[in-house]
Design a protein around this ligand. Structure first.
Ligand code: G3I
Length: 302
């Protein structure tokens, strides 16, 4: 029978999900995970607060659980995420000296990527650095202390740490082409590519309301791909999981050859960070919902 992963492979794409290490022991969860998905993003286990809770002391245990599961089940991995203002330990967000923060950021990137070297398909090197409703960066310790150049520095450090990994910038509310945030990011990616700054992909989180993707989503994916990067749908969930909205999202990706894969942000509605919205492809009982069938069908049309 068709599965999400096997339906995506013929067009050279993957179909993945966010995974929580603490749920791997739930047999219903793992059964769906290993039947349906061929790409895994650790939901929280590779974030800074989990991996370097205090300066220079790294804890990769929970992440390694997910990595070994993926390795033993033929699933690829997305690394999420190296530089992000959220889930950042206070020992980092309290740094005020530029040389110190630069060294701390570069050490975090280098040490974390070295630990997983050769095992990560794509890394979300920088996550959510742009401000909503603006072409500018959001305020963060990185932006305040290092200036906007921290993004370029993070990508250059990441390239040196694991040349085999695709380096992605990941964000939300960048799906609508005319939004200022989308335009601000587009200008950054265009500038990076023009100056040879190493960036390989843009991740569109795609956390949607009930209406699903904006009408311009296909244009956005196509325009970013034309800059010479892959585009990935990285955290897809849609309030109430309307089948048509999910199908439209899949078709928008299939229409862009450099849209290399889709990741939903969780398996069952009960696993979702926004569980009250019932936004995923499987219900809390692990049964596929109508949106699942719509995705299977849309993937098959690729
Ligand atoms: O691990 C602690 C646990 O020890 C503690 O007992 C418990 C109660 O305080 O909290 C646990 O940490 C929680 C963590 O998830 C792990 O479950 C945090 O409170 C909680 O805030 C955290 O939420 C995550 C959220 O990112 C944090 O920003 C969600 O699971 C995760 O789905 C969500 O994912 C983000 C992406 O990384 C970036 N894009 C947006 C997306 C949705 O917010």
């Amino acid at each position: 029978a068709a599965t999400l992963g096997t339906q995506a492979v013929p067009s050279g794409r993957y179909f993945g999900t966010a995974v929580a290490a603490g749920r791997l022991g739930d047999s219903a969860y793992s059964t769906i995970l290993d039947r349906e998905f061929n790409m895994i993003t650790p939901e929280n286990e590779m974030k800074w607060d989990a991996t370097e809770p205090s300066r220079g002391s790294f804890n990769f245990g929970p992440a390694d659980q997910i990595v070994s599961h993926a390795t033993s089940h033929g699933q690829q991995l997305r690394g999420h995420t190296l530089v992000w203002h959220s889930q950042l330990p206070t020992w980092v967000s309290g740094i005020t000296d530029a040389a110190t923060l630069r060294s701390v950021m570069n050490n975090h990137i280098t040490t974390t990527m070295a630990h997983f070297k050769g095992k990560i398909h794509s890394w979300d090197v920088v996550n959510e650095a742009f401000a909503d409703g603006s072409t500018q960066l959001r305020s963060s310790v990185f932006q305040k202390v290092l200036g906007e150049g921290f993004i370029e520095e993070a990508f250059r450090t990441a390239r040196a740490a694991d040349p085999a990994a695709k380096l992605c910038y990941n964000d939300y509310n960048i799906e609508n082409w005319t939004d200022a945030k989308t335009q601000g990011l587009y200008a950054m990616v265009r500038d990076f590519k023009s100056r040879g700054v190493p960036i390989d992909c843009v991740g569109f989180q795609s956390h949607f309301g009930t209406s699903g993707p904006p009408a311009s989503f296909g244009t956005t994916l196509s325009n970013f791909a034309a800059l010479g990067v892959d585009v990935q749908i990285t955290e897809l969930d849609i309030a109430t999981a309307p089948p048509t909205a999910y199908a439209n999202t899949v078709k928008a990706c299939l229409n862009v050859s450099r849209c290399t894969g889709i990741t939903v942000w969780g398996i069952r509605d009960s696993d979702s960070w926004r569980s009250a919205d019932n936004p995923l492809l499987f219900d809390s009982g692990g049964n596929p919902k109508p949106a699942y069938d719509a995705v299977i069908s849309a993937l098959g049309s690729g």
